[in-house]
Design a protein around this ligand. Structure first.
Ligand SMILES: CC(C)(COP(=O)(O)OP(=O)(O)OC[C@H]1O[C@@H](n2cnc3c(N)ncnc32)[C@H](O)[C@@H]1OP(=O)(O)O)[C@@H](O)C(=O)NCCC(=O)NCCS
Length: 206
């Protein structure tokens, strides 16, 4: 093997080079959980995404507005697919294995190579709330963040009026660091936001 490749400078590196965050964000490898497949978003997911992203109760506490038409869902998918091409942090589509439908999204809001940190975020169809599905999805994304992206700190934040989201973070092993008063202005109101984080040592206590 060594002898074979010795005549091709750079070929070995090409074959065996470790993943970089950029290549991982670009490929966004599929993640498997008992009930879900997390995979890259496709244009054909627009109808599934519109079905729940048009629900004002789903978007009530998030930074995006509910989708007014399927064109909004298509534009969102185009935006996410541009992030894949650019090797930037983005989201997976959450496919429910039982039906094959895209019932939510989960992923990274930002990534800092200097601090080896990132923030996670997620949204899901109201029809599937309170079945432990986002806990299942976020756990897989956190494992990907620590094991594949080499993160040291993962953050997440939620509007304090949305305690179910905090529950998901806690069930995944994240710790509350406090409440940031009037941290953001969302949908015309100043919002208190709870900040959660996870460090590698927090994984041991799970
Ligand atoms: C927040 C959200 C992702 C939760 O997803 P989910 O799959 O229902 O979460 P899980 O079932 O894994 O866990 C939810 C937990 O919150 C609890 N919960 C639900 N409503 C609650 C409430 N009003 N107060 C306190 N806990 C609540 C559930 O009982 C469950 O805890 P348990 O397993 O101990 O019983 C989902 O509701 C959602 O997509 N909401 C809209 C978008 C959104 O708010 N995204 C988060 C932005 S930060």
């Amino acid at each position: 093997m060594d002898k074979y490749f010795s005549g091709f400078p750079g070929f070995r590196e090409l074959l065996f080079s470790p993943d970089t965050p950029e290549s991982l964000f670009s490929r966004l490898p599929a993640l498997d959980t008992p009930r879900l497949s997390l995979r890259k978003m496709q244009m054909r997911d627009a109808a599934d995404i519109y079905a729940w992203a048009s629900d004002p109760l789903v978007s009530r506490y998030v930074l995006w507005d509910s989708h007014k038409s399927i064109a909004d869902s298509r534009n969102y998918i185009r935006y996410i697919r541009r992030l894949y091409r650019q090797g930037l942090p983005s989201s997976w589509a959450m496919v429910l294995k039982e039906t094959g439908g895209v019932i939510g999204t989960v992923g990274f809001m930002w990534y800092s190579s200097v601090n080896q940190s990132a923030e996670v975020g997620y949204s899901m169809s109201r029809s599937y709330w309170n079945r432990g599905l986002m806990t299942e999805a976020l756990s897989a994304v956190l494992a990907f963040g620590f094991d594949r992206l080499g993160l040291h700190r993962v953050e997440a934040q939620f509007d304090v009026r949305n305690p179910a989201s905090g529950k998901v973070m806690e069930k995944c092993g994240m710790r509350c660091e406090g409440v940031l008063r009037d941290r953001i202005r969302n949908k015309g109101e100043f919002i208190d936001v709870a900040l959660y984080s996870m460090l590698p040592q927090d994984r041991k206590s799970l």
